[in-house]
Design a protein around this ligand. Sequence first.
Ligand code: UDP
Ligand code: MG
Length: 318
Amino acid sequence: MNCDILYLVIPCYNEQEVLPETARRLEAKLGGMIESGIVSPQSRVLFVDDGSRDATWELISRLHEKNPLFSGLKLSHNQGHQNALIAGLMQAKELCDMAVSLDADLQDDVEVIDRFVTEYYNGCDVIYGVRSSRAKDTVFKRTTAVGYYKFLKFMGVEIVENHADYRLMSRRALEALAQYDEVNLFLRGIVPLIGFKTTVVPYERNERFAGESKYPLKKMLAFAIDGITSFSVKPIRLITWIGVLIFGISGIALLWLLLLRLFGYTVAGWTTLMGSVWALGGIQLLSLGVIGEYIGKIYKETKHRPRFIVDQFLNRRE
Ligand code: UDP
Ligand code: MG
């Protein structure tokens, strides 16, 4: 019988309300899997504390003291969900055969992990958890998410629809992931680029068990823009085309104006003048903004700053 080491990687940012329950459920889940010989007793639940300001780290270290099944990785300060996740995965990569990433808030059904592991033993390297429905989301989140995935596709970003960061990756997939050293992390976009044999496991996503969402609208928007500009140069190309179009239109307009002049109708419209001033100004500012967004990305990448800094790593090997 196969018996590989599984790491569950969970980024946590101010999750003291939900952490005890999450730990309880994961302990039952992973403990059960170890007992039934599906995964090795060396398997761990790895909590990554993303610079929380509440008692999250105290809770993690207490869990670790009580039960070696729990490991903890403390980042030096808040680095954001994606960076916390990569920090955990890169740490796990050294110790595991496969790693599942999931959120701390119990939105992802932990019972699905068995199916992930089965697919792993069937030879898959990347297994995506995909939501079967968004019935439990707010109307706002649902409509924006659906629209966003459509837009991403239109922009040419290859992405698994309705997949958040709930997935299993084998060790060699993690090693491949380690080679993508970009600072502007959008894991959902990078993982499909790795290749290997992949599959999809549908599951029902729940509401947050306790605590508040750590993704306010502002962070969500930033994440959405990152997703597009980190993977696609289509927006810049679109601007070029808008430029070409407007240049063409202005040529025709010029011809028309000249004709008007020739035939003596020179009462120029104030409305058209003001209209074009505003429209062109707007388009130019928007275009500058998009180009600026890319330059900002280049600026960040060239600095090659570390994506995360580890403060402490608690891990016991029996
Ligand atoms: N998270 C993190 N760092 C951050 C923000 C969030 O590690 O700066 C973690 C958070 O603790 C949770 C996961 O990322 O485990 C997803 O966040 P959340 O559930 O709040 O997002 P939502 O599900 O509302 O999109
Ligand atoms: Mg959540």
